[in-house]
Ligand binder design. Structure first.
Ligand SMILES: [Zn+2]
Length: 88
């Protein structure tokens, strides 16, 4: 999970030392190096999979992978539509 200092510097410089989502910079925000595809989901440490995010934007993204995992197509099969009972 940890990104080397050299790689971190490379990504920060490439992204203009600003958050790629909100554009804020240090020291206003704490900039972090984020894996676009999380390592847990097979993402690599390649610069193409890394981006500069501030702490707030990174924290907001952190909950997304879990949602994606729960939102598998098979999930729809578990939902049953209840039919309204009509009185004739
Ligand atoms: Zn941000």
């Amino acid at each position: 999970m940890a990104v080397s200092k050299r790689l971190r510097y490379e990504i920060l410089t490439r992204d203009g030392e600003a958050c790629r989502k909100c554009g804020r910079r240090a020291p206003e925000v704490e900039l972090q190096i984020d894996h676009i595809i999380p390592v847990a989901l097979g993402g690599s440490d390649d610069p193409s999979n890394l981006q500069t995010l501030c702490r707030d934007c990174n924290a907001g993204k952190a909950s997304m992978p879990a949602v994606l995992i729960c939102n598998e197509p098979d999930g729809r099969a578990h939902r049953q539509r209840s039919q309204p009972i009509t009185h004739g």
